[in-house]
Design a protein around this ligand. Sequence first.
Ligand code: MEV
Length: 437
Amino acid sequence: MNRDKSEMEGFHRLPRQERIGRLARHCDLDAHDVEVLTGERQFSLDVAEHLIENVVGFFPIPMGVATHFEIDGRLTYIPMAVEETSIIAAASATAKWITRNGCITTYSRGNLIIGQVQLPSVEQPERARQILHDNRDLLIGLANACVPGLVARGGGVRDLAVRTLDRPDGSGRSMLVIHLLCDPCDAMGANLINQVCEALKPRIEELTSEKVGLCILSNLVDGKLAVAEVVVRNIEPTLGRGIEEATLFAKADPYRATTHNKGILNGVDPILIATGNDWRAVEAGAHAYAARSGTYQPLSDWRMHGSDLHGRIELPLAVGTVGGVTRVHPTAKVALKILGISHADELARICAAVGLVQNLGALKALSTVGIVKGHMQLHAANLAIAAGADIHEIARVRESLAEVLRVEKTINLSRAREILDALRGGRVVSGTPTSIS
Ligand code: MEV
């Protein structure tokens, strides 16, 4: 649906019921979807019982929507399931800032996931390679016969590549690794490709007279990359240079690059969780891709071009809109509805875009006011709850903590407890050091 930008204005200030109502209207959510979102219709423990072993309960994480994301010209709400307080606020504020004077565009590079079949210790690697190459079409045919449904949807195994690696045990022998390159269509593809790899094992052993070791997908999905680009026109020059400088720091120092990339994944993981995707797989792939040159690097790059700031991110993103729990978990189904998408490729590109915007928000704050102010203001609610404030007390403890933060530049749990005690004791709780002692 093409949305009017004004519909997202003031969204965060609306009372929750109105927020949900607005979201439902604009994303065509029905009463059932709303009940799923709000928890009135609970995910049954009896269903959970079939998803994992030894189910004893649930671990609820709040789900919110980030606003003001206009990606490839389409305005969309971004569902994010996350416990870190400042993430949705920062993503929305940064997206709004970009929308005013810039744009977010995305594209994909490749659609192939990788399945690995390992031949751990091969005496005559060249002979085995030749056999595998000579039987390439046969093996691809057998592979596709295992996944007729995928082939019918237009996907399937497209190619086979053989890599020779030295065994790192000093034996002087080689390890061969067969890569099966597969288009999983809208699935993440882990189950599909694992089945294909295992199904080929006996035939590969028979053909090569070598023993097959592991059969498993690779999470370094460098044949399926999502790319996002952001342009902020006429950026204030000091700010633009500050963001460029922050990128240089990340390029020079893996200690900084790790935190830089964590800030990107702050935007990606909550969408993966909300849509029932395997965020551990994406995390592993993203970090490995960041280290592909041999030195751990930032996944994003920010540069000034004249008076404009340009940002780009490229990362492997094997995600699904079918398969796994995406179509089983009721909240994941609603999250996909909120996004208004049905294809995995769109989901991957949205994840990349939100990751890049989240990164920009962090770098913008870090290179100007610092992260503490915004972060801790929002974190005050966590402290209030941790201190034991009940639902009617949270707002007042939070206000007092904000005042303490303004005056003392720091807040913590014991400060929150003092404020709560003072509030309950009927004392003044303005939050300055003198007023609560
Ligand atoms: C905090 O969750 C994320 C940041 O540390 C990211 C960064 O430093 O770029 C703020």
